[in-house]
Design a protein around this ligand. Structure first.
Ligand SMILES: NC(=O)c1ccc[n+]([C@@H]2O[C@H](COP(=O)([O-])OP(=O)(O)OC[C@H]3O[C@@H](n4cnc5c(N)ncnc54)[C@H](OP(=O)(O)O)[C@@H]3O)[C@@H](O)[C@H]2O)c1
Length: 426
């Protein structure tokens, strides 16, 4: 952050009062942008401006003029300096070191958060009361984003959800009552924000076309993150019934791209809260790892990706304002969390000082169980096959043309490893 003077413990509403040190002039910044042809930032602005005007540029010359005007307007709004998502252009690079070594005595971090909140995107979460949705709402509000939660009014008859919504309000979240089936409510909510994150559940995946329509109508959204938070549905080896859900998510991807809506798809791996306590036997829905026996699928060496819900949200929120994740898949593949079932079982055995009885389940037996088990369990057993037997998460290489890896982009996020996560249950 810039040079914050200790004692500024008050809300800073005027950006001029939090100016950065003037190491670059406006002209130098203009020169920078002119030389930085076809940068990702320009592509970002072009994508957004295309969406707003709903018409492509007629010629290269017109397009360049439009980009220049956009930057001109942006700098008029923000003052003589402007923030990119990578750095303040008029600030010394981080490696040049600090200019001072004072120890802040007041709540400087708090001020920084407030100042930042005026520059970060406003976020709407749809599916806000769900398993991952509620973590997104909380994380978004706590990280300083102006946060809006779309909530179905009827759901408040459930006391747990009503209490959750009250806790959102305590965090300063704006509650908007609405539904996927009520387009007017969607448009009204979307018009107030820059970023829309959908965390609707599996049954509502295809209903997200109503969000796409509302985003098109609103015309102001800089980024849409559809409900994904799982596998890369375009590069999967899944079989039915898991495959059908993945196909639904892929259809939503294609609809977003056809509508030219700026997007990020979050491929998060398995939620640790669901996958680790059952040591990969996710259909058992265990709350704590078994201490006596475990079924090992195939040879147990298939590599999965497992992340805590909090870390998934932390990486997701980093990505919403980042041009490097624009129109890309964000893969959350931190190295310590690429684990096989054998790895998880071994870590657990070491922690409890006991060897578990192991039953080996062949791929053939697993496929038979999928066929014999009814919904919704067949989906979960199908996931075991996709993730642990077929190594769906790790069966391809991330190519920069379509994806970026979160722990590489954001090394500052101190993620929880599977090893550390297991300590919670010892
Ligand atoms: N990687 C993993 O291990 C993993 C695990 C679980 C889920 N996921 C993925 O994460 C995503 C979210 O799943 P989840 O399990 O968190 O969802 P969930 O708990 O089932 O929550 C669904 C949310 O959608 C809302 N909703 C349902 N119908 C709606 C409608 N018509 N209009 C507006 N909102 C509606 C629900 O609101 P109400 O409270 O009003 O019902 C709820 O907030 C999915 O894509 C899923 O596949 C991944």
């Amino acid at each position: 952050m810039g040079s914050l003077v200790s004692g500024w413990d008050s809300r800073v509403s005027d950006p001029n009062s939090v100016r950065r040190c003037k190491s670059l002039t406006r002209e130098e910044i203009d020169t920078f942008w002119k030389t930085k042809k076809k940068s990702e930032e320009e592509e970002h602005v072009q994508a957004v401006s295309k969406l707003v005007t709903q018409e492509g540029a007629q010629s290269q010359a017109q397009e360049e003029k439009r980009v220049e005007d956009l930057f001109e307007n942006q700098s008029k709004r923000s003052g003589w300096w402007r923030k990119t998502n990578w750095a303040f252009l008029n600030e010394p690079r981080e490696e040049e070191g600090r200019q001072n070594n004072y120890v802040p005595q007041f709540k400087v971090a708090h001020i920084a958060k407030i100042a930042d909140s005026e520059m970060t995107s406003k976020i709407l979460v749809i599916g806000a009361t769900g398993l991952i949705g509620k973590v997104i709402v909380e994380g978004s509000a706590k990280s300083g984003h102006a946060t809006f939660a779309l909530v179905r009014e009827a759901s408040l008859s459930d006391p747990v959800k009503a209490q959750l919504v009250e806790s959102f309000k305590d965090l300063g979240v704006t509650i908007i009552y609405g539904s996927l089936n009520d387009k007017e409510s969607l448009v009204k909510a979307i018009k107030q924000v820059d970023v829309v994150i959908s965390a609707v559940g599996r049954p509502q995946i295809l209903d997200q076309t109503s969000i796409i329509d509302a985003i098109k109508e609103s015309g102001n959204v800089k980024r849409f993150l559809p409900s994904e938070f799982g596998n890369d549905v375009d590069r999967t080896v899944a079989i039915e019934p898991t495959l059908s859900e993945f196909i639904g998510k892929a259809q939503i991807r294609r609809a977003i791209e056809a509508a030219k809506i700026p997007y990020t798809y979050v491929v998060s791996g398995c939620f640790a809260g669901l996958f680790v306590p059952c040591l990969g036997q996710c259909h058992l829905l265990l709350r704590s790892p078994p201490r006596d026996k475990v079924s090992i699928y195939d040879n147990g060496n298939g590599k999965a990706i497992v992340n805590t819900e909090e870390d998934i949200v932390a990486y997701t929120l980093k990505a919403v304002d980042d041009p490097r994740t624009l129109n890309k898949i964000l893969y959350i593949h931190p190295p310590k969390n690429i684990v096989s079932q054998n790895d998880m079982v071994r870590l657990w055995e070491e922690k409890i000082g006991k060897t578990l009885d192991k039953t080996y389940v062949s791929e053939e037996e697993l496929l038979k169980t999928i066929q014999e088990t009814g919904p919704p369990m067949d989906f979960l057993v199908g996931l075991i096959h996709t993730v642990l037997v077929k190594s769906d998460f790790t069966s391809f290489t991330i190519d920069p043309s379509f994806g970026v890896e979160a722990s590489e982009l954001y090394p500052e996020v101190k993620y929880t490893s599977v090893d550390e996560f297991l300590n919670r249950f010892v």
